[in-house]
Design a protein around this ligand. Structure first.
Ligand code: ADP
Ligand code: MG
Length: 212
């Protein structure tokens, strides 16, 4: 994938989080403050603007760093700094490469997860987006180990994220606003894990559209 393809991912992610904004907000209303859909729609709209302002031919790393910065500066809530950091760290991992392959995208995804965990201090099982990201990274690496294409690895990551998100339902939240609810956070899907699934599906779709 080149920079234009990564920009395509950000545009697609903006579309899907906006299309699903009401559902994300409902999930967040149940165990948080009901702003997750709005936060992400705003943040990704800002990311699209930032990416479109880049010069033609900007490399993939620069595209993700610009998107991440815009999300950090324009998104409210805990999720803005977390997703913004994820994208910036992924962008840094890509360096100046003009074209990224499956191994490099895998390294970027790992860096994104590390950035989220450093900033948010959430571990697996805390009922956060980390519970979608960890299985996504695991599934990506497993697909890479089977020599699958970048698009197949990205699809595996999206499926891993979906399974991880589903597994947040019975968890009790230990991080973020949902943790204030204690045991009442059980039996709800974590909104950030749900949005991670959307964003990684958008990546898989962007990669498939590329045919890479
Ligand atoms: P806020 O909780 O500030 O209103 P959002 O509603 O936009 O922010 O995002 C909530 C989501 O952010 C949660 O569902 C969870 O997935 C994620 N989240 C919150 N705190 C953390 C954290 N410390 N580490 C990782 N993810 C977190
Ligand atoms: Mg919220």
């Amino acid at each position: 994938m080149n920079g234009a393809a990564l920009a395509g991912w950000i545009r697609r992610a903006a579309e899907v989080v906006t299309a699903d904004s009401d559902r994300l907000t409902r999930l967040d209303a149940a165990i948080g403050d009901g702003d997750h859909g709005l936060n992400l729609s705003r943040g990704f709209a800002a990311a699209v603007e930032a990416v479109e302002a880049l010069p033609d031919g900007a490399p993939p790393g620069k595209v993700l760093i610009a998107a991440g910065r815009a999300i950090v500066s324009k998104t409210g809530g805990a999720s803005g700094p977390l997703y913004g950091t994820a994208l910036r760290r992924a962008g840094k991992a890509l360096g100046d490469a003009a074209e990224i392959d499956a191994a490099l995208l895998g390294a970027a995804l790992r860096s994104a997860l590390e950035g989220v965990q450093e900033l948010g201090q959430a571990a697996e099982g805390d009922k956060t987006m980390v519970d979608a990201l960890i299985p996504a990274v695991g599934a990506y690496q497993a697909a890479l180990g089977r020599d699958e294409s970048l698009a197949e690895c990205a699809r595996a990551a999206a499926e891993g994220a979906a399974e991880g998100a589903e597994a947040t339902v019975p968890m009790q939240a230990r991080k973020g606003r949902a943790s204030y609810l204690g045991a009442r956070s059980v039996d709800h899907l974590d909104p950030g894990a749900a949005s991670t699934v959307l964003i990684l599906r958008a990546l898989a779709d962007a990669a498939a559209g590329e045919g890479s």
